[in-house]
Design a protein around this ligand. Sequence first.
Ligand SMILES: NC(=O)C1=CN([C@@H]2O[C@H](COP(=O)(O)OP(=O)(O)OC[C@H]3O[C@@H](n4cnc5c(N)ncnc54)[C@H](O)[C@@H]3O)[C@@H](O)[C@H]2O)C=CC1
Ligand SMILES: O=C(O)C(=O)COP(=O)(O)O
Length: 525
Amino acid sequence: MPKVLISDKMDPKAAEIFRSRGVEVDEITGKTPEELKAIIGNYDGLAIRSSTKVTQEILDAATNLKVVGRAGIGVDNVDIPAASSRGVVVMNTPFGNSITTAEHAIALMFALARQLPEADASTQQGKWEKNRFMGVELTAKTLGLIGAGNIGSIVAERALGLRMKVVAYDPFLTEERAIEMGVEKVDLDTLLARADFITLHTPLTDQTRNILSKENLAKTKKGVRIINCARGGLVDEAALKEGLDSGHIAGAALDVFVTEPAKESPLFGTPNFISTPHLGASTTEAQVNVAIQVAEQMSDFLLSGGVTNALNMPSLSAEEAPRLKPYMALAEKLGSLVGQLAHGALQGVSIEAEGDAAALNQKPITGAVLAGLMRAYTDTVNMVNAPFLAKERGLDVREVRHDREGDYHTLLRVTVRTRDGERSVAGTLFGDNKPRLVELFGIQVEADLAGHMLYVVNADQPGFIGRLGSLLGEKGVNIGTFHLGRREAGGEAILLLSVDGEMDKAFLDTVRALPGVKTAMALEF
Ligand SMILES: NC(=O)C1=CN([C@@H]2O[C@H](COP(=O)(O)OP(=O)(O)OC[C@H]3O[C@@H](n4cnc5c(N)ncnc54)[C@H](O)[C@@H]3O)[C@@H](O)[C@H]2O)C=CC1
Ligand SMILES: O=C(O)C(=O)COP(=O)(O)O
């Protein structure tokens, strides 16, 4: 039974779903990195929010980990490249808390416009400072939206409802989408110059870090109010403090900080500064949504291989997964076969699907071929990290679907390109969904690719099989299955034998010494 650790506070629905799906679950929150490192090796899955930092060190200790599930959106607390290279899937729940977070940004905008926290504190202190708090209206003001994705577009919709004008800066926002959203697409400098309120809704990346730098804050309109419900690090906190102190910035609200938990900050106590402790996603509704989604997605993956909302792997629905399973097995075997047989540095690989296979989601099949192929180079490869390793090695990967009807109802063909030329293998599924090799380097040969196999290329001449059989007998090597193919009578023949034990170099050398043998290799599946 797979085992999951929930390491951040999560709605109880998550644990309920894991248990009802047959996944064992422990809820242990508030651990230090060292404590987490000590226990993470026991788990197949890790469910987190933003508090747990999934670093390379944690991943190194997570020897059984297959999936990290983020009950929320931002995954900057997960080292995704490290997870990918270790074959760990990282998934998030991209929509469950977006309305809630957008509402928090709108709430903070209102709070800034009317100085609500300060007015509240003063009133409750019995001061009744009616003349101290003079607010501004939102109607007809310009909202500058930095990042117009899921949350940004909900904020825009709400702001338009409040009769604000919305300008948006997002390099990936198309003109069409901007028109559909009812916002004006602008460049960053224009946004900075025109906005009365600025709200940020981008992930924290190398491009967005410090997007509201000291220099950019200086370009804003005097009296601007700034809201950050996205990530600490998007705004230069020291420059923000200076801007508030000088009066250039009329107000700022931060839900997120460079260092969290933010127990102290030069900004604390600054007039017109509002802060909340990373509460953007903290509503009952959002927390139920993300808890359900993360538990369902992680259970699907651990129990049936279904992949939803993964950041480092193509999607594969829980319905698709069982249908694709035999193809993935076939794909991995074909990849492994060419990986073991290919001589010279691999330059490219193409994966062709024909017949029934052509109708399937090809990405997971490609992942499986690459996993098989790359296993010749490293044994820590799986479907998740294989495409990354292939990319790192500069491998040119192509996918081709053929509409044509071939000799088989379904066929996968894997062709590798090396400096020495192209070589291809093909396989099908037999009635019971059993993967079966049907062609090897242009020669028809049917074989189950399993266990230890001996691959021999020899000149097709009478008596060879007898000689090889005697040699195997002499050496005490038991033959399981025997598959033979040849290009033409008297030409080149291929023998694939499954044998019961491992074959050592000395044995292979004696096979190579038989008359007519061109190649003899041990293969493992
Ligand atoms: N405070 C909180 O509790 C919460 C914070 N968040 C944060 O909000 C962020 C945004 O969430 P979503 O809207 O769902 O993500 P999303 O991926 O739908 O949207 C992000 C947008 O940022 C844009 N973007 C990327 N690089 C940019 C750049 N250099 N300049 C301008 N725009 C850029 C993208 O094109 C995209 O449209 C998350 O990454 C997360 O960090 C999300 C949920 C809760
Ligand atoms: O979903 C996100 O990106 C968030 O920042 C929410 O964080 P949390 O789950 O509340 O720790």
